[in-house]
Design a protein around this ligand. Structure first.
Ligand code: HEM
Length: 422
């Protein structure tokens, strides 16, 4: 064990934990790094926080891939993009080591640290998730292109060639307040307060190493039919996610989502690229549009989600089918244009509603579009196919944009992004 790792270990294990692990109940024990390792080895304990199989409504932290990518039916998201202010690679590494430990505990529904009874100190955990269960919290971490441009971090040689800002697309009207970021955290949970609590405590613990750049909360609502969970509807009332690849099909996921060995820099194998777009939806204009016009916009029926001319949500859309010489599905509809390219992506978007635009008196609402893909080009090719042609352009404006490379999953005993810091 290196000295760095020893000191990390020391800071991660509370004194109470050490005493508990060693079976020592009395105070007054002082341990150096070697003494601490000795105690832990002697009792055969794993010093790292571990997934708690008894936790209620829990998603596991450890695994081949990060949580929050294939995890189904996310209800609430707190997404935050961060600036990195760490002064060295070592500082950044320590932050991810601490976040690893905290993430395991948060996803167990536990406090990040036990609180002391000292009324004169701030509490170790901010406390607003007290009494709530894990709420299927998932935490997904990614790093943006700008992180690799910081000379003080010395990560330039680790930058994958494809990790660069998304290009300007026709009709983009980006607001600098919602663009880019060095690091991102996507916290999804069934309870919005659990998601918020997670992000708040992670950022609190990383003070001096990150500052907040932009954030967005979002939601999804799911109709249930018996035990079946239906595709959620976006704020235009259309089912959103129908055409997604099947997350239970591991071959598809390897083809679409997970970076494979040799695809990119080694540290990203098993990871994925996250494209984030904050897309304003002009719902007042939409609400003045006929149902026919709305269905022609997507190429699907609103209520059933079926392709135009069909009845089942998951029936094949035949974009070349014609009736009386006219295409059944409009060629400029959103889905027909997405199907023009062979690239696929895994969409995992959320609606947002952020009050009103003070200048126009209209709703500030839309879609926090998020897609995972093993190469950003998959997203870029689809967005370029929409170009200026997509009928949906009349009703939306892209306001925010960012791209992140999301780490692979974490093995027990290791930490987020470990391969990046080797
Ligand atoms: C506010 C913006 C958007 C809205 C409201 C929206 C809505 C929808 C809806 C209702 C569908 C049909 C049902 C489904 O398959 O999910 C759909 C399909 C799709 N959308 Fe979007 N979308 C938006 C933006 C985007 C963006 C930015 C992309 C990627 C660049 C994208 C890519 C796709 C793809 C790949 C499909 C599936 C096509 C297929 O069936 O093969 N969408 N979208």
């Amino acid at each position: 064990m290196s000295n760095e790792d020893k000191s990390f270990l020391q800071t991660q294990i509370s004194r109470r934990d050490v005493l508990k692990i060693a079976g020592i109940g009395s105070a007054g024990v002082l341990l150096g790094a070697s003494g601490l390792t000795g105690v832990l080895t002697a009792v055969g304990a794993n010093p790292f926080a571990d997934d708690d199989p008894t936790a209620v409504n829990k998603v596991n932290f450890y695994g081949k891939h990060q949580s929050g990518i294939l995890t189904k039916n996310p209800q609430h998201v707190y997404f935050v993009s961060l600036n990195c202010t760490a002064k060295s690679k070592q500082e950044l590494k320590e932050m991810f080591q601490l976040w690893t430990q905290y993430s395991v505990k948060l996803m167990n529904g536990q406090l990040v640290e036990p609180n002391s009874a000292n009324l004169l100190l701030p509490t170790a955990d901010t406390g607003e998730s007290e009494g709530l269960d894990a709420s299927n919290l998932t935490l997904t971490y990614g790093v943006g292109p700008s992180l690799f441009e910081k000379p003080e971090l010395g990560l330039q040689s680790k930058k994958p060639a494809e990790l660069k800002d998304l290009p300007h697309f026709p009709k983009d009207q980006l607001d600098p307040e919602y663009v880019g970021g060095d690091i991102c955290i996507q916290a999804c949970a069934d309870d919005p307060q659990v998601a918020f609590h997670a992000v708040r405590n992670l950022i609190r613990a990383a003070r001096g190493k990150v500052t907040m750049r932009w954030s967005q909360v979002g939601f999804n609502s799911y109709q249930k039919k018996g035990k079946k969970t239906m595709t959620p509807r976006n704020l235009f009332a259309f089912k959103d996610g129908t055409g997604n690849p099947n997350v239970d099909n591991s071959k598809d996921m390897n083809d679409v989502v997970w970076v494979q060995p040799g695809d990119s820099k080694g540290w990203l194998t098993g990871g994925s690229y996250l494209a984030v777009r904050r897309i304003q939806m002009h719902i007042e204009t939409w609400d003045r549009t006929s149902l026919q016009g709305q269905e022609d916009t997507f190429g699907r029926h609103r209520d059933s989600g079926a392709p135009i001319g069909k009845t089942g949500e998951f029936e094949d859309m035949e974009i070349d089918r014609k009736e009386n010489g006219k295409p059944v599905v409009p060629v400029n509809s959103h889905v027909a244009l997405a199907k023009q390219v062979k690239d696929r992506i895994l969409r995992r978007s959320f609606s947002y509603s952020d009050g009103i635009h003070s200048k126009t008196g209209t709703f500030d609402a839309g879609l926090l579009f998020m897609s995972f893909q093993k190469n950003p080009s998959q997203f870029i090719n689809i967005q370029n196919s929409f170009g200026r042609v997509d009928k949906l352009n009349e009703y939306i404006t892209h306001r925010g944009s960012a791209l992140f490379a999301c780490f692979p999953g974490v093995k027990k005993g290791s930490f987020l992004g470990a391969e990046l810091f080797k």
